[in-house]
Design a protein around this ligand. Structure first.
Ligand SMILES: Nc1ncnc2c1ncn2[C@@H]1O[C@H](COP(=O)(O)OP(=O)(O)OP(=O)(O)O)[C@@H](O)[C@H]1O
Length: 305
């Protein structure tokens, strides 16, 4: 059984698409990252998985159940952290925990909620209206975990959490995944987050899923991006050394841009040291650039076939 399976799913809002022809499957027991810029369609997808929106067309299955009809029972098997959490402002954190636990037929002391609170450095004794953004987020995380769900859906879980708490949170996710086989689906726009915990990652943009990659395939053997300004002005693309480093070197009027390709960075730097450098920036490609590179390569291959 798959945890999530989308086949040709579209979601239209009037004349615009939230999601277009989404085809994706998430295995049970997998930690799956869902990456994309603002407005890409991440929350729309998550809201369809959570039955808060219905697909306009296509087939969506969650934990083996079709989303064609309301499936209230399914909610008990899923933990959900929305990107914006709605809470009762006059309750304390502990009262909110008790309230949600009761909805699951549980008492807080039967759950691990207070251990999670300690690990996330969260104080349950404060009124919700007095919580900072980070503390609201921590409460949202604990509420989503309270009933130890089979499938945990996290929409931008780390915004507002400081780095130490983020680290602990990722540790916890890894433990739940290993200990209980919890499937974790989380959306983010931060590469370092998916690198830490995800086995596979999907990239979505403008409502379209561009690609799904295994984490190790995405980052293996990646080149660096170099941005170089030379002492001499003007287009130096015909310079033998630059052509040797990357035959596809580009020039934007001020800077030359190129990739190290499969060459070790030290070889590129040794070659560059023979040029009169005025300014130099070296960076890893962003996740979007990685996906776009893979996407172009894939399409070029498809066109050749
Ligand atoms: N209820 C709605 N009514 C109309 N358009 C919507 C609605 N919800 C989302 N959209 C549109 O669908 C597209 C996808 O939005 P969505 O919120 O899913 O993106 P996202 O990837 O979650 O972005 P963000 O990171 O900014 O939350 C956007 O163009 C958005 O304006």
């Amino acid at each position: 059984m798959l945890a999530v399976e989308a086949v040709g799913v579209h979601k239209k809002f009037g004349s615009t698409y939230g999601v277009k022809d989404l085809n994706m499957s998430v295995e049970q027991g997998e930690v799956f990252g869902f990456i994309g810029p603002n407005g890409a369609g991440k929350s729309t997808t998550i809201r369809m998985i959570m039955q808060l929106l219905s697909p306009s067309s296509g087939e969506l299955h969650v934990l083996g159940t079709s989303m064609r009809q309301e499936q209230p029972e399914l909610r008990r098997r899923i933990g959900y952290l929305p990107s914006e959490i709605i809470l009762y402002p006059n309750m304390t954190g502990r009262e909110m925990l008790e309230f949600t636990a009761r909805a699951h037929g549980l008492k807080v002391k039967q759950t691990e909620a207070l251990q999670y609170a300690e690990r996330l450095q969260w104080d349950p004794g404060i009124k919700i209206k007095a919580y900072s953004l980070g503390n609201r987020k921590k409460l949202g995380i604990i509420l989503a975990l309270l009933h130890q769900p089979e499938l945990l859906i996290l929409d931008e879980p780390t915004s507002g959490l400081d780095p130490l708490v983020q680290h602990e949170f990722f540790q916890m996710l890894g433990e739940f995944n290993r200990k209980w086989g919890m499937t974790i689906f989380f959306s983010t726009h931060v590469l370092s987050e998916v690198e830490k915990v995800c086995q596979r990652v999907a990239f979505i943009r403008d409502g379209e899923l561009l690609r799904i990659s295994r984490m190790e395939d995405l980052s293996a053997g990646r080149s660096h991006r170099i941005m170089l300004r030379l002492e001499m002005p003007g287009d130096q693309r015909e310079n033998d050394l630059l052509k040797f480093i990357d035959a596809k070197v580009q020039f934007d009027g001020t800077y030359h841009w190129f990739d190290t390709g499969g060459n070790p960075l030290s070889n590129t730097l040794a070659a560059l040291s023979r040029l009169p450098i005025a300014d130099l920036t070296i960076r890893r490609p962003t996740i979007e650039e990685m996906f776009m590179d893979d996407y172009r390569v894939q399409h070029a291959e498809e066109e050749r076939v």
